[in-house]
Write a protein that binds this ligand. Structure first.
Ligand SMILES: [Zn+2]
Ligand SMILES: [Zn+2]
Length: 288
């Protein structure tokens, strides 16, 4: 269980970031109850969900955290900006904590382990905890050598602020509440669900020594991130749906971007690696 002290808990709920986080939730709830969405605001909500989710899955996760493909320096900045629009802090902060999660999955040091600290902590608690406001720069040395990324990480509220302003300019109050707030809250919880639900619900294909699971429902909600057991088995792969029936929209988007030349050297495991080490195979324990 979490060992957070009362003072830490209070700080978790009263920091400027936490207050903004709860305000966006309150605004999204208000929109659902009191504001009829326009077709423009619904298009903004859906469009901004997909674009920003790709910024998180294709950018923050598969590029910055795992370096599973290559791209140019300008497009790298575009990816950091797109992920930043989701209001989940900067690419360096995100990648540093995520690399820590892979290194210590379900061990005592794991920052957001359902097994160690429970569902709430893994889903939201750790994000609000002052202990994790900063990040260990040593974990992202490959990224801190780009001053523009360090700048954007420091000023991580700039991309979401521009996004909110654009929604307001396009469709007024309805655009701001539905296009930005509702969409942002859905982005939050679908991203957080990978840390919580994907270590609880679903099936394990590979014996990875921790609790990651594969879930089609979560893969559909997160552009392919729900194949989390595959991912923990082979984190360096840009492709997380290992078989044709494992829908992975982020991977398809990366393949499409590769056709345009914007990204290259997309890393994938060999067929032999994918097909081996399945739970239930000879010599490997059957999953419970
Ligand atoms: Zn995980
Ligand atoms: Zn990962």
């Amino acid at each position: 269980m979490s060992t957070a002290q009362p003072r830490t808990v209070i700080a978790s709920y009263t920091s400027p970031g936490a207050l903004l986080f709860f305000t966006i939730h309150a605004a999204a709830l208000y929109a659902l109850i009191a504001i009829a969405p326009s077709s423009t605001s619904l298009a903004l909500c859906l469009g901004l969900f997909v674009i920003r989710k790709f910024g998180i899955t294709g950018g923050y996760h598969r590029y910055f955290s795992h370096r599973s493909y290559k791209t140019s320096r300008p497009f790298q900045f575009v990816l950091a900006w797109l992920g930043g629009m989701a209001a989940q802090k900067g690419a360096l902060w995100w990648a540093a904590h995520h690399r820590h999660h892979h290194q210590h999955s379900d061990q005592e040091e794991d920052i957001h382990s359902v097994k160690q600290q429970g569902f709430y902590w893994a889903h939201i608690g750790w994000i609000l905890a002052p202990d994790y406001f900063s990040y260990d720069a040593k974990r992202v040395k490959d990224l801190t050598r780009f001053p523009e990324l360090v700048w954007l990480d420091r000023w991580h509220f700039v991309p979401p602020a521009f996004t909110a302003l654009a929604c307001w300019l396009i469709d007024g109050k309805t655009g701001l509440f539905w296009g930005f707030c509702v969409s942002t809250v859905i982005l939050y919880h679908t991203t957080f669900a990978i840390n919580s639900f994907c270590h609880l619900l679903g099936r394990q294909r590979y014996l990875t020594g921790e609790s990651s699971k594969n879930s089609l429902i979560l893969a559909l909600l997160t552009l392919g991130e729900g194949w989390h057991n595959n991912h923990h088995y082979y984190p360096h792969s840009a492709r997380q749906g290992f078989y044709w029936w494992e829908i992975d929209l982020t991977y398809y988007a990366l393949r499409a971007l590769a056709l345009t030349g914007l990204v290259r050297d997309i890393h994938e495991p060999s067929r032999k690696v994918i097909d081996s080490n399945h739970l239930g195979a000879e010599g490997v324990a059957q999953a419970p």
